[in-house]
Design a binder for this molecule. Structure first.
Ligand SMILES: N[C@H](CCC[C@H](N)C(=O)O)C(=O)O
Length: 247
């Protein structure tokens, strides 16, 4: 099996394409295992689709299925274009709906799904939480010091609300973000829908304008903008290697 390993600002993925649609949860766990497998935060499988350029299966590191993955859309769009499976501007079907991505060299911009507010903001664990869906559910709290990211609190909130958990620090028109990711069950170096959730929560509170620079813990620089309530997420991706696995 021919696979590619991608890095999207620290969020890493194994990607391949096939005609065969089967449940790949166990394969995802095997391939994503960082000791016994290739190692990645997720597995992305591209499949043919009659109406769109392709559809995808997305699995987290633990084999769980997630409806969307912002960084994953940018990595798989680059993979699809590089492997001549789609043109530079493509539309593909995810569990959260149809996604449009545009590839320009190593830069990829994705139009995410329309964000949804999941509840009123609330206080818990001495923090104010905002709850929204940017393709998958995210809790967001704004802090003065991003170093106070607390994995114990994040894990507790992740299970109580079945959501990814983000701490964000605002600095002028930029956000520094740390994310505890559902399905990885740990902090990842970047989470695309998490960055989008932090931007959207800040925008709704008028803490940022219609665009902002976002810095995940990897230190990479990404951008988010909102136009007519649609979120556009842009950043670079890298193909780390390609190989053939005899599975
Ligand atoms: N772990 C997420 C899916 C991947 C999201 C993240 N990698 C991104 O870039 O959006 C969940 O199960 O809700």
């Amino acid at each position: 099996m021919h696979i590619a390993k991608y890095n999207a600002n620290g969020n890493d993925f194994i990607i391949f394409h096939t005609f065969v649609e089967v449940d790949r949860s166990t394969l995802a766990q095997q391939l994503c295992d960082r000791q016994k497998g290739v190692g990645a935060d997720g597995l992305i499988v591209l499949l043919p689709h009659a109406e769109y350029d392709f559809k995808w299966q997305f699995y987290n590191n633990d084999g769980s299925i997630a409806s969307m993955c912002g960084n994953g859309t940018r990595a798989c769009a680059h993979y699809a274009f590089t492997n001549q499976l789609a043109n530079a501007s493509m539309r593909f079907l995810t569990g959260a709906g149809v996604i449009t991505s545009v590839v320009e060299n190593d830069l990829v911009e994705t139009e995410l799904t329309t964000p949804k507010v999941l509840s009123e903001s609330f206080e818990e664990n001495g923090l104010t939480w905002h709850f929204c869906d940017t393709g998958v559910p995210h809790l967001v709290t704004f802090v003065e010091d991003i170093g106070c990211f607390d994995k114990v609190i994040a894990r507790q909130m992740r299970y109580k609300y079945n959501a990814n958990v983000n701490y964000a620090r605002l600095e002028k028109n930029a956000l520094h973000v740390r994310t505890y990711e559902r399905g990885v069950e740990d902090e990842t170096l970047a989470c695309g829908t998490g960055m989008a959730a932090c931007f959207y929560s800040a925008y709704r509170q008028k803490l940022v304008g219609t665009s902002a620079t976002i810095y995940p813990i990897s230190g990479d620089e990404l951008s988010l903008r909102i136009v007519d309530q649609k979120l556009f997420f842009k950043g670079s991706v890298q193909k780390v290697f390609e190989t053939v696995l005899d599975l």
